[in-house]
Design a protein around this ligand. Structure first.
Ligand code: MG
Length: 387
């Protein structure tokens, strides 16, 4: 039996992970779960899988569940806060940790997973954007293997598997282009939250859906790819592919392009990570090739969707630039979702932070966490109505 820990189990990837695992009960046992504030969902998941331990990171949510502890299965421990997440990783002896917390909040638990020796199924791309070098060092020390649970990076990992890395020419990340593909700046000026939350091909949480609309998600994925596959930014290209069937490609020096194709469904990269190195069989039947026609590719519009260029700049700068970019973006997206910032000003907030804070090579965890907090304070302050 493989012991599986799912961090961020009530989010979009977390729920889909449990869905995949519900079909793997003969071989995979869920031992622990975590959520931020979704008490009801977490308690119900914990009963479904007979979890040994759960963690809530929201203080009020923890108190609510502690007052009503019989909602958890018998013997299930309740841990609390960011320290509780680390304890959950260290105490449940997992074989696979699925890191599917959203945002920089997932960093410390991803580091704990990378230090545990377990397979790290990483859906939290921010862990790599902020601290890719630390995550990889931790894996090298502990023997943990990092398997991306991001459809593009899973595709790339599959295309690189068993190949001569010296022959790699470039990585080509595909992007759906989001709901505003083809729009110009003038049209984007009046974008509403509702429009931004309607993604054409993927069902995801609100933060990443807005990031897909600004192309920041693709930018974060460029940084993620640089860390995961040890390449510099100039070896990572982005191509817009609205059908989201080709999940990414790898080009070799002889001109061969390898791609991984499948309908847009996160359960494939999740299943790949849970089974690695084995391939687990999917309940879906064979792909319908008739549905795979009409695949198109085009260049991204970097002038209109400036977040992509800003992220590529951060990828080139390295060091703290990813932390600065991500923190400012998280604040800007939160403000947009709350109706306090126009869609087209999200890149302004990010650029201001990149211009204000110096990057620093090889930062330690303390410096990353301090910079993350400082950028959040700064970006929040420039969003005050008095500005
Ligand atoms: Mg992705």
């Amino acid at each position: 039996m493989k012991r599986i820990l799912v961090l961020g189990s009530t989010g979009s990837v977390g729920k889909q992970t449990l869905d995949v695992l519900s079909g793997l009960q003969e071989t995979h046992q869920v031992v622990g779960l975590s959520a931020h504030t979704s008490v009801d969902a977490l308690a119900s998941q914990a009963r479904d899988v007979s979890a040994e331990a759960v963690c809530l990171t929201g203080a009020e949510a923890t108190n609510e569940l502690r007052r009503d502890i019989q909602r958890l299965p018998p013997g299930c421990r309740l841990l609390e806060g960011a320290d509780g997440l680390v304890e959950l990783v260290e105490s449940t002896q997992p074989d696979v940790v699925v890191c599917s917390i959203t945002g920089a909040a997932g960093l410390r638990s991803s580091l704990a997973a990378a230090s545990s020796g377990a397979v790290v199924a990483l859906a939290n791309k921010e862990s790599l954007v902020l601290a890719g070098h630390l995550i990889k060092e931790a894996c090298a020390r502990s023997g943990s293997v990092l398997i991306p649970v991001d459809s593009e990076h899973s595709a790339i990992a599959q295309c690189l598997e068993g190949q001569d890395r010296n022959g790699l020419r470039r990585i080509i990340l595909t992007a759906s282009g989001g709901p505003f593909r083809g729009w110009d700046s003038a049209a984007l000026a009046s974008v509403t939250v509702e429009q931004a939350l309607k993604h054409p091909s993927w069902e995801m949480g609100p933060r990443i859906t807005v990031d897909s609309a600004t192309l920041m998600n693709k930018g974060l994925e460029v940084i993620e790819a640089c860390h995961l596959f040890d390449v510099s930014q100039d070896k990572v290209d982005v191509v817009v592919h609205p059908q989201s069937i080709v999940h990414s490609m790898v080009e070799y020096v002889d001109g061969a392009l390898l791609a991984q194709l499948s309908p847009p469904d996160m359960r494939l990269p999740i299943r790949y990570a849970l089974g690695y190195p084995a391939r687990l069989s999917s309940p879906e039947g064979p792909a319908d090739l008739n549905r795979l026609n009409g695949l198109t590719f085009e260049s991204p519009d970097r002038e209109t969707f400036r977040c992509l260029s800003l992220a590529e700049r951060a990828a080139r700068e390295g060091g703290l630039a990813g932390t600065i970019l991500n923190a400012a973006n998280e604040i800007a997206v939160e403000a947009f979702l709350a109706g306090r910032l126009p869609f087209q000003e999200i890149p302004d907030v990010v650029q201001d932070a990149l211009d204000t804070f110096p990057s620093q090579l090889d930062p330690g965890l303390q410096s990353i966490l301090e910079t993350d907090a400082a950028v959040r304070t700064h970006s929040t302050s420039i969003l005050q109505p008095s500005r």
